[in-house]
Design a protein around this ligand. Structure first.
Ligand code: GDP
Ligand code: MG
Length: 752
């Protein structure tokens, strides 16, 4: 269906498929071919002619008339087109189907051009009453319908001698035009579009004034109109409800060639340079000053949708369907809005996809990435995309346009929202990470400073900095007008997470504090408990200062240990509480910490005591205790054994005295009550705020922790019965040894 294949003119033949070559369209484009096929390259042609982006700023003129009445010749002269014309030698039909070409004549008006009609498109419609198509009225009807549905102006080309010949072929054509026009309005009553029927009377002699010819033609038309059966509701309509009329006479091209050319030029000027908004009456008059394209003639199909619209219309016509222009316009709107939507998304993608890819990379690698330049890119991409869609698509059916615009906004907003949230997410994760590092660093610097540091202060200032940074990043990616452009929730979540992190850091810090205090307790107890046990070795009692004169009773060793233990822990508790307050710890947290400290301290004490009573250690202490009592007198002077001494008596007293220590040391009991220390009362209730994690690393205490199965008795037992027995036997053996030695030395002293 390519144009030149039927046109052996001027020697130009383009290869099939070479549709981008402007030369292919030298003679215009064959919109409908002789087989009634629509040419899919129409839209390409309009692009090549730079009409597609003209919006509504274009005009369409169709020419009608009998075969070989010089229609193509007229158009070529008027518009500089190159529609093929019959050669005077061959005289056979040349124009087949419907051809379209853009006006090639330049407007020559001297003014600024604002009055010039731009982008005039001309359709050359095959005349059908000639010899070659015989009685085929079908194509005539269809092409008339097609022309009326699309064109603003219909040039009716007619010989002067045919005017008034009511039976003439022309009248058949006019009847068809009026009929199909009514058909159009069946479905399209709301639009009030009009058309201009522009009669060009050919071989106009001038003997009958144009005015008379005009009257005759109008009378004929009215008669035809009256004879037509009108659809319901349109019975009383007149021909003037739908048509304006204009008339122009042209002299014989062959006989008055100069006059013909001059008059055609005048007519052409009127088409190309007429004023845009003349009064309709003026069109009916003879003033050549008036322009012919009235706004109400325009079919309001944007230029970029024209090809698709025309194809849809033709499809309906050729398949004998009732032509429903409003529906066609809606379908066109859907088609074009979809196309425009895809087009604007291409530009959108170009800007946005790189960001999406970078962000996906960040997520994939697990390293959140705050994308630079995202905010400006999103803002400009969104507004540009919507703006260009609006510019192109708003010319189409309003309802469809609004729906598609909402669809477009939804599409891009879904993606922008994902980017936005991805960015906030990255800012969130990086922010939390930075915050953690900053607080940790500040604490470790603080730990090295002698003045110490205020944890709560560090957290407060770092939190402030972290939130400021987050808000700055979030603010940078706000897009005004986008429904998702708000980060309130994300900010709240961020603040909550910072709170959790600082809570965790504070708990860690509390743990470290607890560990430090425990270590302090351990070293204090290690020293003081050791001192008490070492004192046993002297046989003259424990921790009391010797110069006080008062001999600390061995029997009260546990009382002393308990007291120093309680004092130590109290001291530690004070240290803990002081430091915890600078950590901004809550009352509950401090309670739990102190409770844990007491329980752990008790464990420390127990372990320390166990160390002291380890077999060898205790036996050594008992032996020292005994030897001290046996070898020294009450004044602390070493005895020199003489045979007269009551070695046996002293030995027995000393041994019995030391032996009393074994049951005493077996259990941690206070002398006053001869009961275990008030461990339960001293440790206190488990605070209700203690979590399982708080209790997890605490060894059970007999008598306090029911699930342990051990009673308080067992908790305070220092030596088992078996150990006690064994210790007793071994001690006695050792004491016996000391006694024998003393005895021997006493005798030896005499023999010497
Ligand atoms: P179309 O079939 O209506 O497009 O007619 P063409 O433009 O192909 O012309 C048909 C024939 O009429 C050609 O031989 C032209 O030379 C001739 N012709 C063109 N203009 C005029 C005119 O003004 N008067 C007459 N009598 N013949 C013309
Ligand atoms: Mg022709």
């Amino acid at each position: 269906t390519t144009a030149p294949s039927t046109l052996p003119i001027n020697g130009h033949f383009a290869s099939i498929g070479d549709h981008d070559d402007p030369l292919v369209y030298e003679h215009g484009v064959q919109v409908i071919d002789e087989a009634k096929q629509f040419n899919p390259n129409l839209s390409k042609y309009l692009s090549l002619e730079h009409v597609s982006n003209a919006g509504f700023n274009y005009h369409l003129i169709s020419v009608f008339g009998s075969q070989s009445t010089g229609k193509s010749t007229l158009l070529n002269h008027l518009f500089g087109t190159q529609f093929s014309v019959m050669s005077d030698q061959e005289r056979r039909q040349t124009t087949k189907g419907i051809w379209l070409s853009k006006n090639k004549m330049q407007a020559q008006g001297g003014d600024n051009g604002s009055h010039m009609a731009e982008n005039i498109l001309v359709m050359d419609v095959e005349g059908t009453d000639g010899r070659e198509r015989g009685e085929d009225q079908d194509f005539e009807r269809k092409s008339a319908l097609f022309a009326l549905a699309t064109s603003e102006v219909l040039i009716v080309n007619i010989w002067e001698h045919q005017v008034g010949l009511y039976q003439g072929a022309n009248m058949g054509l006019l009847k068809t035009v009026l009929e199909v026009n009514l058909q159009l309005f069946l479905k399209d009553r709301s639009t009030t579009h009009r058309s201009l029927l522009f009669f060009v009377i050919r071989d106009f002699m001038g003997t009958t004034p144009l005015r008379n010819l005009q009257r005759t033609l109008l009378e004929d038309l009215s008669r035809i109109w009256t004879s037509l059966s009108k659809p319901p509701g349109l019975e009383s309509s007149t021909i003037h409800d739908y048509f304006d009329f204009a008339f122009y006479g042209l002299p014989h091209k062959g006989y008055q060639p100069d006059q013909f050319v001059a008059d055609v030029r005048t007519l052409g000027k009127r088409f190309r340079e007429g004023k845009k908004d003349p009064r309709r009456d003026a069109v009916l008059g003879e003033s050549l000053e008036t322009g012919i394209f009235l706004p109400e003639y325009h079919r309001r199909i944007p230029a970029d949708g024209f090809a698709h619209y025309a194809e849809g219309i033709w499809d309906q016509i050729v398949n004998n369907k009732d032509l429903d222009l409003p529906t066609q316009q809606e379908l066109l709107a859907q088609f074009r809005c979809d196309e425009i939507l895809r087009e604007v998304l291409v530009a959108f993608d170009e800007v946005i996809i790189p960001f999406e890819e970078k962000q996906a990379e960040g997520i994939h690698s697990g390293e959140p990435l705050v994308l630079g330049g995202l905010g400006p890119a999103m803002r400009s991409a969104r507004s540009k995309t919507i703006q260009s869609f609006e510019t192109e698509a708003s010319r189409y059916h309003k309802g469809v346009y609004r729906r598609k615009r909402a669809e477009l906004e939804d599409k891009i907003d879904t993606r922008l929202k994902t980017l936005f949230q991805g960015q906030l997410n990255a800012a969130h994760r990086l922010g939390v990470k930075d915050f953690t590092e900053a607080v940790t660093a500040a604490v470790s610097i603080g730990q090295k400073k002698s003045s110490g540091y205020d944890f709560a202060e560090i957290v407060t200032s770092e939190t402030k900095a972290a939130i400021e940074k987050f808000e700055k990043e979030a603010h940078a990616v706000l897009v005004e007008g986008a429904p998702w452009s708000n980060y309130k929730q994300e900010l709240a979540l961020y603040q909550k997470d910072l709170g959790e992190v600082s809570g965790q850091l504070r708990r860690d810090e509390m743990r470290r504090l607890a560990t430090r205090v425990e270590r302090w307790v351990r070293s204090r107890l290690s020293e003081s408990v050791g001192f008490e046990f070492n004192a046993l070795g002297s046989g003259r009692g424990g921790s009391g200062a010797p110069e006080s004169g008062e001999k600390p009773s061995e029997g009260r060793i546990w009382d002393r240990i308990w007291k120093l233990f309680v004092d130590t822990v109290l001291d530690a508790e004070r240290r803990f509480t002081d430091r915890a307050s600078s950590l901004d710890a809550g009352v509950d947290e401090v309670d739990v910490g102190l409770w844990r400290l007491r329980r752990k301290s008790w464990g420390v004490l127990r372990a320390r005591i166990e160390e002291e009573v380890m077999e060898g250690n205790l036996l050594l202490k008992l032996r020292e205790n005994f030897e001290d009592k046996f070898r020294y007198d009450d004044a602390g002077v070493p005895r020199i054994w003489r045979p007269t001494d009551d070695i046996e008596g002293i030995y027995t007293r000393a041994r019995e005295s030391t032996l009393t220590l074994i049951p005493l040391l077996s259990r941690f009991r206070l002398a006053e009550t001869s009961a275990p220390p008030p461990l339960e009362r001293w440790i206190g209730h488990t605070p209700s705020s203690a979590t399982p994690a708080d209790e997890e690393d605490l060894p059970p205490i007999g008598g306090l922790d029911e699930d342990d199965g051990r009673g308080l008795d067992e908790e305070v037992r220092v030596l088992s019965d078996a150990k006690r027995q064994d210790l007793t036997v071994r001690f006695k053996k050792a004491a016996d040894g000391v006694y024998v030695e003393a005895k021997r030395s006493a005798i030896g002293g005499i023999t010497q």
